[in-house]
Design a protein around this ligand. Sequence first.
Ligand SMILES: NC(=O)c1ccc[n+]([C@@H]2O[C@H](COP(=O)([O-])OP(=O)(O)OC[C@H]3O[C@@H](n4cnc5c(N)ncnc54)[C@H](OP(=O)(O)O)[C@@H]3O)[C@@H](O)[C@H]2O)c1
Length: 321
Amino acid sequence: MRVFVAGATGAIGIRLVPKLVARGHDVTATTRSADKVPRLHSLGADAVVVDGLDGLAVGEAVARAEPEAIVHQMSALAGKPDLRHFDRWFALTNELRTRGTEHLLAAANAVGAGRLIAQSYTGWTNIREGGMVKSEEDPLDPEPAKAQTESLAAIRFIEENVLRAPLEGIVLRYGSFYGPGASESLVDLVRRRKLPIVGDGSGVWSWIHLDDAAAATVAAVEHGPPGVYNVVDDDPATVSEWLPYLADVVGAKAPLRLPAWLGRLAAGEVATRMMTEIRGSSNAKAKRELGWQPLWASWRQGFRDGLTDARPAARGGERAA
Ligand SMILES: NC(=O)c1ccc[n+]([C@@H]2O[C@H](COP(=O)([O-])OP(=O)(O)OC[C@H]3O[C@@H](n4cnc5c(N)ncnc54)[C@H](OP(=O)(O)O)[C@@H]3O)[C@@H](O)[C@H]2O)c1
């Protein structure tokens, strides 16, 4: 299949491109930077330099590639996280999820691309009522934190527009990424004991290793009915479970603890909700309908052996399936 990957140099794109090439697909991969073209060539893709917010340029690049499937992996999240000013931190990503999506959908329509797969997210976006693990049927949070209002609106936009477009639209709601290139700043915070457990740490997180997210994306390119899919591991877990475990496996001291009121003062509403209220997500639909399953079935094994590319010598370079 001819596949156009918009945002091919990011955490997922760089893993997705070689997997698609290995499956025999012809891949056209985008970056904004001519410096990154040789890297994309070395992965076996044709490379094109294009800004996803330039509708004309996107239209031309897609028209030249004539893809049968388009994958939207454009985000702008490299750099320092800023949970207090979440929407400001996500501003460009939100543009890529709104205007960037419109440009890709228009281009897909113009060339008759049959399938479009877009990156979304699951975690803090879930409604914070009822059961602690949510499916795709459950509503998004009707009351996002003030600082996340625009970011949730951008997620709603990308999901609704991809699903109602006149093609096979697939939304992949990735859980929280970990793996090489995705978790270094988290591990750094944990090592410096700068990430305390706030309140009782009962917020539930769904993690996903980058390689598993990329594999789910290949599956979604190749088959599966249109719709929304959670792409998360099998093991949603409270902060009070995963954070001390992560500290332990990276050789850090146990995390400090902070009462919720102090957490709210020190770190703000978004961070406190993430520590105490958010819900996890179920991957049952992706397993059933995309025929995918995570190789890193639990973050427990993933945090131990999958945070870096180095394979643990003690396990002979293999990881358990
Ligand atoms: N579900 C999650 O937990 C989740 C989701 C996404 C990201 N993240 C995290 O955020 C961090 C940064 O993510 P990342 O490595 O994927 O980098 P990123 O800076 O978010 O970039 C992602 C991709 O989008 C492209 N891009 C950015 N702006 C663009 C624009 N205006 N037009 C076209 N393409 C554009 C980038 O390409 P060029 O720069 O080459 O143009 C790159 O290929 C990582 O730690 C990652 O794990 C987490």
